[in-house]
Write a protein that binds this ligand. Structure first.
Ligand code: SAH
Ligand code: F3S
Length: 453
């Protein structure tokens, strides 16, 4: 039996799809690239913005039509939109066999078996305690792995649906995570990214109330074979000095923080129920930059939140210009039914104004990106080669998350490569591969931020 999974949204979904693929493959199901050939199609959906949800409805329609030809096709819908819409999906889309939640992906084989027996159902049970390092997975990459360390979110930002779709925050067992990292290392993986909505509060729910991401990174760094450790996403006010010190001192920890600030005005931050002020955010950035060599920062911004005035927006612009983020994910505010903002605040910034603000920030981001990247022109930098783009060039990332394009061969995927930068853009750097780890002993040198003339 062939299966196909369409994944929308964040890396958590990507990771959960890898687990479902692994479990189904273990049962003898076979992955197909072509949904038309599949007997089982799973949509792993996102609900963060209305656009994402519309995509889900479109995809259900599209894949549902395959049933005209293939009567036995099983169509399942999981992920955040499934949680948000629940039985509405079954009512609206008659071709869907079953819907499931964000906390029971581990039960996918059972659910498919129920559907095969002709059952039409929704199942939102909590099976997180069955998640463990020895679940089979089918990752896309052979050298970089996603490792979820925390489920759910307790922050209740007023605009955000995630706490309702992913439930309360729950940290995964420390030993279990390290065992997963060891498993990946044994298979030859060299990079891992710890995933969660607020990874910097990892472990706060273990009893002593103290976050433990720093300890987790230190322990993972001891695993032989693992060369780089990334983590996403950090909640700005949960970052501890211990975490910053660990990133500064641990050579394997990536010098990169994704710090979603969302807005640069205290009025907006308060209305969004973010638990920090603009001033505290500036201070945090200062703390990080003064300790972590070559660190790069990226962020998420929402424009057009209810009540956002032109002045509020200008404060956000100023913050972006001051901090000079490497990357800014910008979203127009999208009211999400069930959230506090959707209930109590009128979506009163016009579509045109939201779009204007968004485009202006995109332009500023590009200028900052180009200027920052100029610093790398004609330098030699060290990356781990990740793979090939659609256009045929290979690419890799530096330890501070700079993406570099160059001509190479697949044999070097997962290997350290030194690249001389010949051209910069607002996005990637472009260069020429001048050496790889078969020629240079990278362990003797600083394997981290390798920028030398
Ligand atoms: N902690 C997670 C947040 C998940 S949502 C993380 O940072 O990855 C991802 C981003 O989507 C948020 O940071 C926010 O910028 C954006 N977002 C969430 N809800 C939104 C909404 N209702 N409208 C527009 N953007 C939203
Ligand atoms: Fe959403 Fe805020 Fe949590 S953006 S995921 S409620 S930290």
């Amino acid at each position: 039996m062939k299966f196909y999974i369409k994944t929308f949204g964040c890396q958590m979904n990507v990771n959960e799809s890898e687990i479902m693929s692994g479990l189904l493959t273990r049962e003898g199901y076979e992955w197909t690239e072509n949904p038309e050939n599949a007997n089982l199609i799973i949509l792993n959906t996102c609900a963060v913005r209305e656009k994402a949800e519309n995509k889900m409805h479109g995809a259900i329609g599209e894949y549902g039509r395959f049933k005209n030809k293939n009567k036995d096709l099983i169509l399942a819908v999981g992920g955040c939109s499934s949680e948000k819409e629940r039985d509405e999906i079954l009512k609206r889309h008659k071709k869907v066999n079953f819907i499931f939640g964000t906390r029971n992906v581990v039960d996918i084989v059972n659910m498919v078996n129920r559907a095969k027996r002709g059952e039409k159902f929704s199942d939102f049970s909590d099976k997180l305690s069955d998640m463990s390092h020895d679940l089979p997975k089918m990752p896309n990459s052979l050298h970089h792995a996603w490792v979820t360390i925390q489920y759910g979110c307790n922050k209740y930002c007023s605009y955000c649906i995630v706490p309702y779709t992913r439930g309360f925050e729950k940290s995964r067992d420390f030993e279990d995570i390290i065992n997963e990292v060891k498993d990946y290392a044994k298979k030859g993986y060299r990079e891992i990214t710890f995933l969660g909505q607020n990874v910097d509060s990892y472990g706060k729910d273990f009893g002593d109330g103290k976050p433990k991401l720093d300890k987790l990174i230190k322990e993972a760094a001891k695993v032989e074979g693992i060369e780089r450790i990334w983590f996403m996403t950090s909640y700005p006010s949960d970052i501890t000095d211990e975490l910053i010190d660990t990133i500064a001192k641990e050579p394997k920890a990536a010098n990169y923080f994704h710090l979603p600030v969302q807005a640069g005005s205290n009025n907006m931050l308060e209305a969004m129920n973010r638990k920090y002020t603009k001033e505290q955010f500036y201070k945090l950035v200062h703390r990080v930059r003064s300790k972590v060599k070559g660190v790069t920062l990226s962020t998420d911004i929402i424009v057009g939140f209810p009540g956002e005035t032109h002045e509020d927006y200008l404060e956000t612009l100023q913050l972006i210009k001051d901090i000079r983020f490497e990357k800014v994910n910008i979203a127009e505010y999208s009211p999400r039914e069930g959230t506090i903002a959707a209930k109590f605040k009128e979506d009163n910034v016009s579509k045109e104004e939201k779009n204007k603000r968004l485009m202006e920030i995109v332009e500023i981001e590009k200028n900052i990106g180009r200027e920052e990247n100029e610093k790398y022109a004609e330098k030699i930098i060290r990356v781990i080669q990740e793979g090939k783009t659609k256009h045929g060039m290979h690419f890799g990332r530096t330890i501070n998350n700079k993406v570099v394009m160059f001509d190479s061969i697949d044999e070097y995927n997962g290997k350290y490569v030194d690249v001389k930068i010949r051209r910069v853009s607002a996005g990637p750097l472009y260069g020429q591969k001048i050496a790889d780890e078969t020629q240079v002993d990278f362990k003797k040198e600083d394997p981290t931020l390798k920028i030398f003339d």
